[in-house]
Design a protein around this ligand. Structure first.
Ligand SMILES: NC(=O)c1ccc[n+]([C@@H]2O[C@H](COP(=O)([O-])OP(=O)(O)OC[C@H]3O[C@@H](n4cnc5c(N)ncnc54)[C@H](O)[C@@H]3O)[C@@H](O)[C@H]2O)c1
Length: 245
């Protein structure tokens, strides 16, 4: 049976987004898997069954986001849940970073998330309900080699706080989840040496799993969760607390 609660998850073809899509489906939502990776995205939606759909969309492009929401409006009326998870990294120290790597990261991580939030806000306002969860990163606190990425994720935290203020009166809750080191294709690209160093820097001495992030998103999107908005929930094994003694 189709659920009447529609959840959009961006960047859902792989990694954390994939786990979020699976979890929100298990929670009883109908799920739209949104990604630029048509092969993985379509395969995932097929595997998830009748209550999952794949939509090709580049969140960094206004027309692409508009086309996604036109389809949602015509087929569903509105998406009650929007999880903005799609994100990329292009790491380097600032003195070696080409402008294009700054632009690409900010375009996807910040502008793309903003475009999705703006598109989602119209129907959420008129329906007087909705949940937006933006996937930020613990790195918004600062991480050497990630001036573009940290700035984009700091922007996502600021965006989340403003939207909580603007949309609260319309029954829309807007929160961010800030993952730390999570085992996904993104972090599997790191060398074994770097991965091990990063793991040893975690208070838990372990990496998080995509399902740990999905569980936090599930909580924030759950119909029973109320009165929590504008917050950033860290799923980072305690790394954001600081270095310790
Ligand atoms: N993996 C980590 O340790 C970690 C830590 C903190 C935050 N995050 C954040 O979590 C999110 C997911 O990361 P991940 O590790 O699963 O990454 P991933 O690379 O495994 O998956 C990202 C997905 O986003 C899609 N995508 C990229 N650009 C897109 C665009 N313009 N439009 C639509 N889809 C696009 C990709 O095709 C891919 O399927 C990102 O926002 C990332 O910044 C990840």
């Amino acid at each position: 049976m189709m659920s009447d609660r529609l959840a959009i998850v961006t960047g859902a073809a792989n990694g954390i987004g994939r786990a979020i899509a699976k979890r929100l489906l298990d929670d009883g939502n109908t799920v739209v898997v949104v990604d630029i990776d048509a092969q993985q995205g379509a395969a995932l939606a097929k595997g998830l069954g009748a209550n999952a759909y794949f939509k090709l969309c580049n969140i960094a492009e206004e027309d692409s986001v508009q086309a996604l929401f036109d389809w949602v409006t015509s087929e569903w009326g509105f998406a009650e849940v929007v999880v903005n998870n799609a994100g990329i990294i292009k790491d380097n120290v600032i003195w070696k970073m080409p402008t294009i790597d700054f632009d690409m990261v900010v375009d996807v991580n910040l502008k793309g998330t903003w475009l999705m939030c703006r598109a989602a806000s119209h129907a959420m306002r008129s329906n007087n309900r909705g949940r937006i969860v933006n996937i930020a990163s613990r790195a918004w606190l600062g991480n050497p080699g990630q001036s573009n990425y940290s700035a984009s994720k700091a922007g996502v935290v600021g965006l989340t706080r403003v939207l909580a203020l603007e949309l609260g009166r319309y029954g829309v809750l807007v929160n961010a989840v800030a993952p730390g080191l999570i085992d996904t294709p993104l972090t599997q690209k790191l060398s074994d040496d770097v991965r091990e160093k990063l793991i040893q820097a975690q208070p838990t001495k372990s990496m998080g799993q995509p399902e740990d992030v999905a569980h936090a998103v599930s909580f924030l999107c759950h119909p029973n969760t109320g009165f929590i908005t504008g917050q950033t929930l860290y799923v980072d094994g305690g790394k954001s607390i600081g270095a310790g003694i």
